[in-house]
Design a protein around this ligand. Sequence first.
Ligand code: OGA
Ligand code: NI
Length: 372
Amino acid sequence: MNMSTLKESLPESAENNDRVKELKAFEETKSGVKGLVDSGISKIPKIFIRPHDELANESNHVRSNIQVPIIDLRGFKTDDDHRKKIINDLKQASKDCGFFQVLNHGIPLSVLDGMIDGIRRFHEQDAEIKKEFYSRDRIKKVKYASNIDLYRSSAANWRDTLTISLLVSDRVEPDELPEVCRSSTIEYIDQVTKLGELLFELLAEALDLKREHLVAMGCGGGRTFVCHYYPACPEPELTMGTSKHTDPAFLTILLQDQIGGLQVLKNNQWIDVQPLAGSLVVNIGDLLQIISNDEFKSAEHRVVANRVGPRISTACFFTGIVVPPKIYGPIEELITEENPPIYKDFTVSDYISKFFSKAIDKSSLDDFKLQV
Ligand code: OGA
Ligand code: NI
């Protein structure tokens, strides 16, 4: 190393040290972003400010008023023609931007509203009770933390998250769940699990596979619920609610409240996924992109920070079977001479470990590509 590089790197590492110290101090409060807001700050701490080049690049993206497709599931059981149309719409949306909203999905509005209220109650409860759930232990089924990639990202996000993991065990006992949101969460988990199975059936048909193909592969098996709380932000243009990323799952069903802020990237334009009362947002994740051999797209998306809040959302990631380890890879029926496999076989644990070794804005898809 020559002296000039050494000199240049010193101030940067000193700055890094400061950053790590600030991150640790923030972590030790166990009060998350909500704790900062409650303390009355009017400027956001440095650890949340996005790097210069990212902020400068923001203006290169054109804002678009295109909408993601809205798919009405009403009548899919009784009306064969309507079922065909739904499958065709799902296919288009999954190939095109990988995002859509579903209406008449069968989950009562009271269950959706109950879930959002419960998550609000969790994050807004007595700080001392909430602290007991604060953890980054990957094994823990129920935990709360701010920023899953706190120590790996270049800037922290303006968001706290309660995570409920049904990856290893299929059941969560009621008394493992926080009391303030117990019954609403149990009901929601149950209903979303069933909706997931239905969507996997329709998506299998959209891939021209047998209806039960994806369910039989266990795609609806493991689930992780990430229940986000995005407090109002005094300087939203300097930070993000959630950095751009793709989801490390087969499929995601997302419940959002009416505040807005979720955006999906399409042709280099950020499209707002506008809140639609009673609807659920569905998006294709990395694992479905892989097993569909790129037929379906796992699109990049993000959540902008907002002066108005809190915003509440819950994503259910369908992650597939983790235990006992199951090998997944591009589906044989979809492979032809003209369409050779693009990806290696993998286990869900391999994929998730890769995801957790990076900042969320670094996709893992390329790591699972076969060398060409
Ligand atoms: C996620 C996600 C979006 C939202 O948790 O992966 O993209 O609206 N969430 O909170
Ligand atoms: Ni996501």
